[in-house]
Design a protein around this ligand. Structure first.
Ligand SMILES: [Zn+2]
Length: 492
């Protein structure tokens, strides 16, 4: 038994102005080909790591094709998407021609990928894979929790599962689940059929955290349903709202054994359960000053501000300045911003050297919504080429790279200026510069939820704030033209 593995993963913000190219895949987690995929991801907590575990468990052979992940960003250019898809399919055809051929396919995708002219790029890729392998070869797909799912992708695959957790820590486990489904299908012990039900609502990011109510209740409900006879897997996707496309929004995917009516009734039952509780998934938005006021009143430090509207992990530019300006205006000390993306300032800092002084404008350069830039008279405290190792739990053991970076300080306000668009999942990169987040009083992170995986253990209080930036959670303020309507709570 030989199963092809690979994937092209991207969470695409159609509101971000910068386009995504093949080079962004190379600079992200990288593009890996053939055996490199196995070398890189054996034992790693990502879905492909789980596929590799599955091969060991079930004794199937792997045909590794192409794996790429670009950090979330704007639309993928049409030519770049076509190049990646073309290479993926070429490698799949080559694998078919090798001894053993291809009996099954496991795809590691995100679920919110949009290319120029291709709203449902995940669906487009899965359908193209189906065309190559034909109707009898099982295709099982893993998706992120934040997929915007479509009927097309569900119809093209035999089964789809998505992460249960946010922060995402169950990727390898979902990869193993997908491998089990694929092998079970090939051995004839199961016959997966998959149904999708979309839910027209905006799901507040703070209401998606797995460890806390109300999200833990959704998963408890879903896991109970998975125990019913004939049910193979049930996934809830909370959607990715910064994509102005017709299939934007949450959904439920149900996989049943040979029984299409059951899959569809389970998807409907879970979607109805979520819809009936729609007020539960709604979340108000909080200003920076309200959060600081509440944090000081509670008196527990560090106060962590999640600058979710500029979450680089969701494709935002990472250079919004409202929180930096607020920290400086209030003359806070022991305060840090992780991170501001500004390659111009990074170059100035490297030219000035450690201990050098800069009088410069920081951030607010990518889009007028993100600004204005902040005048800083700062000391360069440290410089870096950006290399670090994640210390978990997310991506534990994998290396990361923030690009050329610098630590600047002005009167107790510290700013880590970087060039890569990646959110802080934990304090690991800051530590490589010499910043010990555990002993600070105020920490702003350009992240919505994933930072919790590394910061929650020492946080005094955490506040998600809606500072001025392109990925506001005030959905009424986003310039949508093509999303589904009506959606709760805006039009219903
Ligand atoms: Zn996600």
């Amino acid at each position: 038994m030989r199963i092809a593995i690979g994937g092209i993963s991207h969470e695409t913000s159609t509101f971000a102005k910068t386009r995504t190219t093949v080079a962004d895949f190379e600079d992200g987690f990288g593009l890996y080909r053939g055996e490199e995929i196995i070398e890189r991801f054996r034992g790693a907590n990502i879905c492909t790591g789980g596929f590799i575990d599955g091969a060991a468990k079930h004794g199937f052979e792997l045909a590794p094709l192409l794996w790429g992940f670009a950090y979330p960003s704007g639309l993928i250019n049409a030519a770049d998407y076509a190049a990646l898809k073309g290479e993926f399919l070429d490698r799949l055809r080559q694998a078919q021609g090798q001894p053993g051929g291809v009996d099954g396919v496991l795809l590691d995708l995100h679920g919110a990928m949009v290319a120029e002219g291709v709203d449902d790029a995940d669906g487009d890729l899965i359908a193209a894979v189906r065309e190559v392998v034909g109707p009898k070869c099982p295709i099982v797909v893993t998706f992120d929790l934040h997929g915007n799912h479509s009927e097309r992708r569900i119809a093209a695959a035999d089964a789809c599962v998505n992460f249960d957790t946010y922060p995402h820590v169950d990727m390898a486990e979902r990869g193993r689940e997908a491998a089990d489904l694929n092998v079970g299908t090939l051995r004839g012990s199961i016959r997966p059929v998959t149904a999708l039900r979309r839910i027209p609502l905006f799901w507040g990011v703070e209401r998606q955290i797995t460890a806390h109510p109300p999200m833990d209740e959704v998963l408890e409900f879903v896991h109970a349903i998975e125990q019913r006879p004939g049910v193979l897997s049930v996934s809830v996707a909370t959607g990715f709202p910064w994509a102005d496309i017709p299939n934007m929004g949450p959904s439920v995917i149900a996989v049943a054994d040979g029984n299409r009516a059951l899959a569809s009734s389970i998807a409907g039952e879970v979607a109805d359960w979520i819809w009936e509780r729609r007020e539960t998934w709604r979340h108000g938005i909080q200003s920076v000053s309200d959060a600081l006021r509440d944090g000081e009143a509670a008196g527990k430090h560090p106060i962590i501000l999640a600058d979710h509207a500029d979450n680089t992990g969701g494709g935002a530019p990472g250079d919004s300045t409202e929180i930096l300006q607020t920290f400086l205006d209030r003359k806070l000390r022991d305060a840090v911003i992780l991170y501001i993306v500004d390659s111009e300032v990074v170059e100035q800092a490297h030219a000035a050297g450690i201990g050098g002084r800069l009088n410069t404008l920081v951030g607010g350069k990518s889009d007028p919504v993100q600004g204005p830039p902040v005048r800083m008279q700062a000391v360069v405290r440290a410089l870096s080429n950006g290399d670090f190792t994640y210390d978990g739990p997310m991506y534990a053991g994998l290396t990361g790279n923030m690009g050329r970076s610098a630590w600047l300080e002005q009167d107790g306000v510290h700013v880590v200026v970087v060039t890569a668009h990646e959110q802080p999942l934990g304090p690991a990169f800051a530590r490589t510069l010499g910043i010990h987040c555990e002993s600070l009083k105020y920490i702003a992170v350009k992240s919505a939820v994933h930072f919790r995986s590394g910061f929650e253990r020492f946080a005094g209080n955490i506040f998600n704030v809606d500072a001025r930036a392109i990925h506001t959670h005030d959905f009424a303020a986003l310039p949508y033209r093509r999303r589904p309507e009506p959606m709760y709570p805006l039009e219903m």
